[in-house]
Design a protein around this ligand. Structure first.
Ligand SMILES: NC(=O)c1ccc[n+]([C@@H]2O[C@H](COP(=O)([O-])OP(=O)(O)OC[C@H]3O[C@@H](n4cnc5c(N)ncnc54)[C@H](O)[C@@H]3O)[C@@H](O)[C@H]2O)c1
Ligand SMILES: O=C(O)[C@H](O)[C@H](O)COP(=O)(O)O
Length: 376
């Protein structure tokens, strides 16, 4: 069995090695000719999976995308051809939640404006929005959720309108899929009018898809409004973001909010489970066996951390400033965006770091935040 795999998908050999011959490919430049003989195709978000790519292949048994988003996949075409498909819902939600939370802590430190006491509006309360809310609520931050679709489905959490978020939130974090039609379409949800209407000193964080914000309008509005602070992980026109926009963001990264080692491993593992089920073979590998131990064994806390110390702890796990700096220095190079993604040293999630502290109850919130071993 020929298994064609995006070369940026980790843990493919240990998981899929027994199932067939693995052929790594560049997902961005993948052609129909390369796919013609594949039995299985495993992609990430940079491969457009559609008739143009697949019409020459008559033997494809399975397409998997080790991602949350499916906007790169023509699901209707796959269904018409009866080709089973699965993505990896939620695989990197914790990574995105922690990324957004760390970015907020970094902004708070940079502008000497504590996160504690602010109100955060989350637009899109699915996997990544909920993971972001979990971090914030663990730290005692008031969170407002906007998700008209979940609200209509009867999700028991309380939701507010986007207008309420615009009026009340100090920070807005975006967690919607990109959709181009329908009542709740998200393409340019933040257009020029909405960007102009952001209340003074708003922090806007985008870790979902670039086109949810009109990037041209964002350049225009940000140039007129120094009070707005931006964290941008995703961009219109990836892999070539508008060069004027990058310097306007406080933190700028090349679509790596979901790039934790755990998140990537979960993505590949979910596809492995789905393919095994389809082939009717036992999925006998374990996700835990894949992950190396973290390079810091444990951190002993002398006192419950204040916000500055919390940021220091978070930086043990992920120092966002490093990726921001590298991105600014390299994104204009040829293939700079993709090269940084390809060579990315995947960070760990909070759960990889064990914390030790005598007074358990004072630091329970750190385990709610995701750190492990607190108080043990
Ligand atoms: N930057 C990254 O590395 C990264 C990583 C993972 C996911 N993503 C992106 O983030 C998106 C969200 O991921 P997720 O796992 O949270 O998806 P999800 O499907 O679990 O949640 C998305 C939520 O958005 C809601 N929604 C849709 N349209 C809306 C609108 N107009 N207003 C408010 N809410 C709306 C949906 O009802 C849903 O609850 C993905 O589709 C993907 O595009 C980016
Ligand atoms: O949708 C997703 O899961 C994310 O956008 C994903 O992290 C993108 O990473 P890629 O597949 O491009 O490596």
């Amino acid at each position: 069995m020929k298994i064609l795999v995006d070369e940026n998908m980790p843990y493919v050999e240990p998981l899929f090695g027994d199932l067939g011959d693995i052929i790594p490919v560049n997902g961005r430049t993948l052609t129909a000719a390369q796919v013609r003989e594949a039995d299985v195709l495993l992609v990430r978000s940079v491969t457009k999976v559609n008739a143009e790519l697949l019409s020459g292949n008559n033997k494809l048994k399975f397409v998997g995308s080790a991602t949350i988003g499916t906007d790169h996949v023509d699901l209707t075409y796959l269904a018409e051809r009866n080709i089973p498909f699965s993505n990896a819902p939620g695989c990197n939600a914790t990574a995105v939640g922690e990324f957004a939370f760390i970015a907020m802590l970094e902004l708070a430190q940079r502008f000497n404006s504590p996160l504690k006491g602010k109100v955060v509006g989350i637009v899109g309360a699915g996997n990544t929005g909920t993971a972001t809310a979990k971090c914030l609520q663990a730290y005692g931050i008031k969170v407002l959720l906007n998700d008209p679709i979940k609200a209509a489905e009867g999700d028991p959490r309380s939701f507010v309108s986007l207008d309420t978020i615009m009026a009340q939130a100090d920070i807005i974090s975006l967690h919607v899929p990109i959709t181009r039609t329908g009542e709740h379409k998200t393409k340019h949800l933040f257009d020029e009018a909405r960007l102009k209407a952001l209340k003074p000193n708003t922090w806007l964080v985008n870790c979902c898809r670039g086109d949810v914000i009109d990037n041209q309008a964002l350049i225009k509005v940000k140039r007129q409004r120094d009070d707005l602070k931006l964290v941008l992980d995703v961009w219109e026109g990836e892999p070539t973001p508008m060069p004027e926009l990058v310097p306007l963001a406080e933190f700028a990264t090349p679509h790596i909010a979901g790039y934790s080692l755990e998140g990537k491993a979960r993505g590949t593992f979910m596809l492995y489970q789905n393919l095994c089920q389809l082939l009717n073979v036992a999925a006998d590998k374990s996700l835990l066996d894949l992950l190396p131990s973290f390079n810091i064994k444990a951190v002993e806390l002398a006192a419950a951390p204040n916000e500055k110390a919390l940021l220091q702890l978070a930086r043990f796990v992920y120092d966002l400033r490093d990726d921001d700096k590298m991105f600014r220095n390299t994104f204009l190079n040829e293939n700079g965006f993709d090269t940084m993604r390809k060579n990315h040293q995947h960070r760990r999630e909070f759960s990889a770091l064990a914390l030790a502290y005598d007074g358990q109850s004072e630091v329970d919130w750190l385990s709610n935040l995701g750190f492990s071993g607190v108080g043990q």
